[in-house]
Design a protein around this ligand. Structure first.
Ligand SMILES: Nc1ncnc2c1ncn2[C@@H]1O[C@H](COP(=O)(O)OP(=O)(O)OP(=O)(O)O)[C@@H](O)[C@H]1O
Ligand SMILES: [Mg+2]
Length: 234
């Protein structure tokens, strides 16, 4: 990865950084991200949690990555379009980071400053897993561009939905996008990446057993949210 022409990223952008492992957004609102492989149930769980939180009286912003803004949705189309097969891994990493930078500035940070709860479908961990591990770019530079791109905005809690491959494949879209169409070894590296992140960031990233009905998974999601943030008890 390191071709010697660029300095290594500074220490404080590494995965071991305590900032990433638990400081959260430090803004008035609460920032919760959902991560996991394709088809594990992220969108379903976000929708259910958003409804529960809204019913409880919170103002909730739901957004997704890449996307969530007109620019971000344009970048999403480019990234997921199978006609861009063979996109350079670094271009891919930078496009994800660009969409994220714009989303943070335009949507996530303003909502958090306003005291809202932000639920985001994928965030930096997906870049670390897919581009860092899956594409073999390593995590240091992915952290560096994303730390810069988001101006150091990290989630208060990240829920990693863990679902067995055989179950996941029954839930996946019929027509795969460019990333979903990658070979089995790519997806194995991504899955391994998520596990590594889970091991490295146990305080921020919480594993959720994503087997069972959507309602059962939602109960587990809410239990963790309650334990971490006590959002439902007041
Ligand atoms: N617990 C569940 N049991 C059975 N089916 C489910 C469950 N949760 C979600 N599904 C269904 O599985 C499919 C994938 O779920 P969902 O879209 O929530 O996953 P996702 O993680 O957002 O996927 P993607 O990464 O492709 O966006 C959908 O058709 C959804 O209705
Ligand atoms: Mg989804």
């Amino acid at each position: 990865m390191d071709d010697g022409r660029f300095p290594l990223p500074p220490e404080d952008a590494s995965l071991d950084d305590s900032v990433l492992s638990g400081m959260g957004s430090c803004l008035k609102g609460v920032f919760i991200t959902f991560e996991g492989m394709d088809g594990c149930g992220k969108s379903t769980q976000i929708e259910l949690l958003a409804k529960a939180l809204t019913d409880h009286g919170y103002v909730v912003t739901v957004t997704r990555e890449p996307g969530g803004t007109p620019l971000g949705e344009g970048i999403r189309s480019m990234l997921l379009d199978p006609k861009h097969q063979g996109m350079s891994a670094r271009a891919e990493a930078l496009l994800y980071a660009a969409a994220r930078a714009h989303l943070v500035e335009q949507v996530i940070r303003p909502a958090l400053e306003d005291g809202q709860i932000v639920l985001c479908d994928r965030y930096i961990d997906s870049s670390l897993a897919y581009q860092g591990f899956g594409r073999g770019l390593g995590t240091d530079y992915i952290m560096l561009v994303n730390d810069w791109g988001t101006q150091g905005l990290y989630p208060d809690v990240t829920l990693f939905l863990d679902l067995d491959d055989s179950l996941r494949s029954t839930r996946m879209a019929a027509v795969p996008d460019r990333l979903e169409a990658e070979d089995e070894s790519f997806h194995q590296r991504v899955a391994h990446g998520f596990r590594e992140l889970l091991n490295m960031q146990p305080h921020r990233i919480r594993r959720v057993d994503a087997t069972g009905s959507a309602a059962e998974v939602q109960e587990r999601v809410r239990a963790i949210i309650e334990q971490e943030l006590e959002l439902f008890s007041h």
